[in-house]
Design a protein around this ligand. Structure first.
Ligand code: GLP
Length: 258
């Protein structure tokens, strides 16, 4: 079931924080699915503030799994997703390094790394709460349009659109890697609960197509329609291409059943 609510960026982050705090309080060994890109960063910042004020429960038993990683960046590159999540998640929440799992982007051993990542994920008991962003072409993680809907962790080639979109994090387009290691769509669908965030007009077509259109490999996010527990938080601009209005407002959105 997909629930869609309109919330501005700050409201969405605050709502997401409530879901996290509730999960951390209920489950000391919670498993979090982490996204990168700009959309979830405010959540990580807010959680970091709560951690700094000692307002979070003991997090020593939690673990987190990243969705994806660029292939071929030098180890420690500031824009590798391991580096980003170490800064934005591990450091802000005061966690140990071994509480974060990121697929390896080392291009000398990609196949075994994909298997190792799936094994670690299965061994964790599975993701309780998965954060997702969405690409302007409808990709989730780095599952680009055209790929199989049944995929597991694998190597992908990034589309030109995705490389252009992500060039803002690098010095130039040439520096954006051409490939990535990503959780597959089937891997992502195994999370217990999914929270997708989308802000800005550039996401409007992808969001409307993903949740109002058919399930198709041309729009990978559309596969989320098959998941039993997806919440989509969109700002007004990202909601602007929906034909089915009005959407729920986040203000009246019941989070008690979280
Ligand atoms: C990257 C990531 C995705 C993310 C997307 C959107 O491509 N691999 O996981 O959803 O960017 O990023 P943003 O939130 O910055 O729009």
């Amino acid at each position: 079931m997909v629930e869609i609510a309109v919330a501005d960026h700050g409201q969405a982050a605050a709502l997401a924080c409530r879901l996290f705090v509730d999960l951390f309080s209920r489950k000391t060994n919670a498993v979090i699915g982490l996204a990168t890109g700009s959309s979830p960063m405010e959540i990580y910042r807010m959680l970091g503030e709560l951690a700094a004020s000692n307002l979070l429960p003991d997090l020593s038993g939690i673990s987190a799994f990243a969705l994806d990683e660029y292939v071929g960046l030098p180890a420690g590159h500031a824009e590798s997703y391991r580096a980003v999540l170490t800064r934005e998640w591990t450091a802000r929440l005061g966690l140990r390094e071994d509480q974060l799992h990121v697929p390896s982007g080392d291009d000398s051993q990609l196949e075994s790394a994909a298997k190792a990542f799936e094994t670690a994920l299965a061994g964790s008991g599975g993701v309780d709460l998965q954060l997702l962003g969405i690409g302007s072409n409808g990709h989730i993680a780095f599952n680009e349009p055209g790929g199989p809907l049944s995929s597991r962790t694998h190597v992908t080639s990034l589309s030109e659109q995705t490389r252009l979109d992500n060039a803002r994090f690098f010095g130039s387009l040439d520096e954006v890697p051409a490939r990535s290691m990503t959780q597959g769509l089937q891997t992502i669908l195994e999370a217990e609960r999914i929270l997708l965030l989308a802000f800005g007009e550039q996401k409007a077509q992808a969001i409307a197509g993903a949740f109002e259109g058919p399930i198709t490999r041309d729009l990978p996010a559309s596969v989320l329609q098959t998941h039993p527990n997806v919440t989509v938080l969109v700002d007004e601009a990202a909601a602007s291409a929906f034909s089915r209005l009005p959407l729920n407002s986040a203000k009246s959105w019941p989070l008690q059943d979280a």
